[in-house]
Design a binder for this molecule. Sequence first.
Ligand code: HEM
Length: 568
Amino acid sequence: MPWCNCCCLGRRRQQQQQHPDDSAPSATAPSGNPRNKVALRPGHSLMDWIRLGNSGKDLTGVGGVPRDVPASELAKHNRQDDAWLAVKGRVYNVTHYMDFHPGGVEELMRGVGKDATSLFNQVHAWVNYESILQKCMVGPLRGGLLFSASKPMQPLTQLLFGKKGEKADMPPPPAKAIEYNPSGTPSLSSAVAPKPSNPRLDWFQQLGAVTLVLYARQVSRIPGKLPPWVRVTLDDGGTKVSILVCNVGGEPGLTYEARLELSAPVMWPCTAVRVHPDSGKVEVTFKKATDVIWKTFGIPDEAHGVISQDVQAESEFWPVHLVEETQVNHNSKVLQFKFSTRVCFTVPVGHHFRVQKDIQGVIVARSYTPIVPSLKSYLYDCDSIYLMVKSYPDGALSSALCNLEIEQKGFEVSRPVGNFDARCLSDASRLCLIAAGTGITPMVRVILHVLADSRKYCKLVKLAFFNKTEKDILWKEQFSSLSQEDERFHVQHILSEASDDWSGTRGRIRTDIIESLLIEKEGLSVTDALKQEPTFFCVCGPTPFTETTKRLLDEIKVPKSQYHCFLG
Ligand code: HEM
């Protein structure tokens, strides 16, 4: 078994050892929490760094004129007061960045004077270094390979002298495509490992609605397989539809695109997108623009039916705008966004996406797990996204999000990212959720997913929710109402800085709190409790919280296959 599918932390480390140059999207922070970072001195936030970059100061140390850097020259700049490093074929002068580096000077020094690509990727492949360090670039590393990073690389001249916010104009590498072949046999398979078969297309209609159905491959629940998700787009005329199915047959990054020209226009947004993870069946329903029975659904367009290993996925971002906001507590809001173009996604339970914004010429990004409008009404428009955002005083992105005006644009979201397969919950009759702060966000859809299961197999969902003070607790009333409405759901609040009148549990994550989730009868051991009731744990919070909880679960001998840590 290459890695444990049920623990992001385990997977992340193993991946790093095997494949230092692979990005590990599953390890990105799903909750929007700050990671395990050092405390930066006042005046050294990301916003301060952006201001310094825009101040006109030469941060390259070489007058801002790009030049080739041989490895021998790079090696000489290995001191804290004269520090260069190379990432993915480009050399950066990080001397001024030292005190701004969220991981601290000591960590950054590990990469100086050399090609730090592998080290960088091992620690945080998702970091948008090209944008953050754009004003520090010395030039290409002579003999080094220019990689395509999270976005297509920007040409050197543009990075050094380009206009702010300008889009990269170097084309991304081509997708390795298998052209549609009506016989169902892929005509070119050299670059794609698995042998996919083209999903079958079907449709049905009512007077006012049409449903397009794709039968993609069945998805087995085994490590390494990912649940499918779907992106739907419609052109302004309402007839050209694209349905992109991702992770076809559970194969990470394998996509199939149905591109159809409909017989008559339909309305946007689509009224439903359903994905059945086990069968791989996808259904997309549109309201017809005119109530009339169609003779055919239409015709496939010439680009229909391409199966490809999607190498552009990480550079695909979609603009969104704010449509509504709800204050949740003193520093957090639920923000409802809509896509600004005719696109919508399904996001698998426990998956997240990157939200990014150009802030004074620097692309600042953070991961957020989408939630639902509320625990009571969790049906919403296909083209809406709900984010729970906590505003951090120094958080460039979170404060920009929390200070948005209605209808304001400027933010973009990526495709869904993650390695969680919610089907791992289906064998558990008891689910124990351990969350801290905004680490609650992945739990929201996990809870609703389990409680909505028509088989009602899960008898108990227990949430242990850690916060500092009572006013920090997110959705306290909503969780309390849910526990009154559904007797399977229980919530326990634990506060680390509780006021004197707090009658609930106090402290931080510890063994007895975890055991109390499991052991209902006095004297029962953890092993017996686990045997009596098949149990699954989900954990999410800031990285130290998650690491500690993982260690405690290991200590009390909860099998690794029975917990999942969302790295926060
Ligand atoms: C190559 C040597 C480097 C090492 C060993 C290193 C190490 C670290 C560590 C340990 C952290 C904190 C823990 C974590 O977030 O997981 C961190 C955070 C961070 N580092 Fe680095 N770093 C390096 C290079 C860089 C470079 C070149 C940049 C350029 C922009 C950078 C930007 C950041 C950012 C933005 C964070 C915060 C990440 C987040 O909030 O998700 N680091 N780094």
